[in-house]
Every structure is written in C-alpha cells, then in structure tokens.
Design a protein around this ligand. Structure first.
Ligand SMILES: Nc1ncnc2c1ncn2[C@@H]1O[C@H](COP(=O)(O)OP(=O)(O)OP(=O)(O)O)[C@@H](O)[C@H]1O
Ligand SMILES: [Mg+2]
Length: 275
C-alpha cells in the first residue's frame, strides 16, 4: 500500500482534548464582617490546572476570599464550590500558604513539612516519603534536619510551600507567597513555583500585590475593586509558559493591568479617606 493509500485507508481521527473541568466556582460570593462588607460579589470559574492570580488594593478582601475558598471562613452570601460541592470546611484537596506563614521553630524542616499529613492521619513513614519528595522538588534537599532559625527567608518560604504541597492538594492557594523576599530570592522561588506548577499540574490561585508577578505567572489575572469589592476585570494573559519577563507582549499586559489597578487603588484611597 502506498503512503497515500495508507493515509486514505486510515484517516487521522480528530483528537478531541476535553476542556479542563471547573475546579472552583464562585457565584456572587460575598463576605461580611459585622458592618464591614469585605467582598460583595466574587463571581468566576477557575478550571483544573489553571494558574489564576488575584490582585487589588490593600484591604479589598483578597486574603478573605482565599480563606473562604480554603474553608477557614464562611461566605455570607452567594455560592462557593470546589469540584461542584459547596465549600463548608478545609480539606486535603486545598493547600494554603498564608500571607504571614508560620513555621514551628522547634521542629526541623522535615518535621514542619510532615505535620499536615500527620494531622490528616497519614502513617509517619508515608508522610516522610512525601515530605522528602517535596523537599527535593522545592530545592531544599540537604536541609531536612535544619531548624527554621538557620534558614534564609527564601528557604523558609519554600518550606511553607513544600508543607502545603505535601498533603498533595489539587488546589494550591497562595497569599502573597513572595512578599517577604528580596528581589533575587524572589526570582528563584517564582521560577521554582512555575516549574512545579508545570510538572505537578495543580490548580493555583495566588494573591499578590505585584503586577509583574501576576502577569509573569498567571493564565488569568482577576482584578478586585475597592471595598466592598467585586471583580472589575478578568485579564487573560495569552502567552505560553514559561514566560520571559523581557517579552514586550508581557509589557503590554503589565500596562493594561496597572492601568485598571491604579484606578481602583485611587478609588479605594478616596473612599477610605472619606469614611
Ligand atoms: N476577621 C476579621 N474580622 C473583621 N474584619 C476583617 C477580618 N478579616 C478581614 N477583615 C476586614 O476585611 C477587609 C478585607 O481584608 P483582607 O485581609 O481580606 O484584605 P486584603 O485584600 O488581603 O489586604 P492586603 O492586601 O492588605 O493583604 C478589611 O477591611 C479587613 O479589615
Ligand atoms: Mg491580604
């Protein structure tokens, strides 16, 4: 059979790649603390393996929304779901790195990281095996027995990330994970996180103040408005990963996000001052 006959006899079937499923769905989700409405309307769908960043003025409810998705606090209006199920409490499917992450100073790197799985009831040997894997993947190999006080800021941050990942969550929730880092260390940890995301295919939701971080890493940037907040823009960063910070197309996205964000920060400042 000639090549042409062969092709005609075996037509290439179109392979249909299924669209990633919705992982987190929010419909009009809101959180009120007494008389303060932190978030008024958070409506979005975050799909499996998406990397979404949330950016917005200080105090607009970014951490609040992340904690609600983690299950640490309840929404007071609307609907918030993971895998189609309403979020009622924290679960092993969601790992979180807090804005002010805490390592236990009396526990070694390894023991800080095994804590989560141990609490979840995993046998110690299995918890250790998982922890060692994430220690390696986050570049902390050799520091298993070190105590937090002997680590640099960037290493502590990586321990916090490894700790969240050791429970092997589908969803990683990050609250300003690079906030405390100097620029050089930040670039390393950011690169680590991008590599991890590509290798481990997690769904990532990252809160940040930095337009540069958001546009460099995320598929979409959700811009929250001034409090009581809602999503004022959902900017798709249509560039392949990993991205080059010097790519001029990235520069255009940075400008667009900065323009929208600056208007919201101005509005937020005016509202705060007139209170
Ligand atoms: N437990 C709480 N009780 C009362 N009010 C709260 C509580 N947590 C947050 N708030 C209020 O909700 C609003 C949003 O806070 P949140 O910490 O979510 O902001 P944020 O966007 O993460 O800010 P930042 O960028 O400064 O971290 C703020 O006005 C804050 O004072
Ligand atoms: Mg916050």
């Amino acid at each position: 059979m000639s090549n042409v006959e062969n092709i005609l006899a075996n037509p290439v079937r179109e392979t249909v790649v299924p669209a990633p499923r919705p992982k987190i769905t929010a419909e009009g989700a809101g959180v009120r603390f007494g008389s303060v409405t932190a978030v008024e309307d958070f409506t979005t769908t975050i799909r499996e393996r998406e990397f979404v960043s949330i950016i917005g003025p200080s105090g607009c409810g970014k951490s609040t929304m992340l904690y609600a998705i983690a299950g640490f606090l309840k929404t007071t209006s609307g609907v918030l779901k993971v895998d189609g199920q309403p979020i009622v409490k924290p679960g092993p499917d969601r790992g979180i790195v807090f804005q002010e992450f805490v390592l236990f100073p009396w526990r070694t790197v390894l023991r800080n990281i095994t804590l989560g799985p141990e609490i979840a009831g995993l046998p110690r040997a299995e918890a250790e095996e998982r922890a060692r894997k994430w220690i390696r993947l986050t570049g902390l190999g050799g520091f298993e027995d070190a105590y937090p006080a002997t680590l640099s800021g960037g290493m502590k941050q990586r321990v916090a990330i490894a700790r969240a990942l050791t429970c092997e969550p589908d969803i990683l929730l990050l609250d300003e994970p690079f906030g405390a880092l100097d620029v050089q260390t930040k670039n390393y940890v950011m690169k680590d996180l991008q590599d991890l995301w590509i290798a481990a295919s997690k769904t990532i939701l990252m809160v940040t103040h930095s337009v540069q971080e958001a546009t460099l890493m995320a598929d979409r940037v959700l811009i929250l408005g001034a409090r009581p907040s809602r999503i004022v823009a959902d900017v798709k960063i249509d560039l392949p990963h990993p991205r080059d910070p010097a790519d001029p197309r990235l520069g255009q996205y940075r400008q667009e996000v900065t323009r929208i964000l600056s208007a919201e920060v101005d509005r937020s400042m005016k509202t705060e001052r007139s209170r």
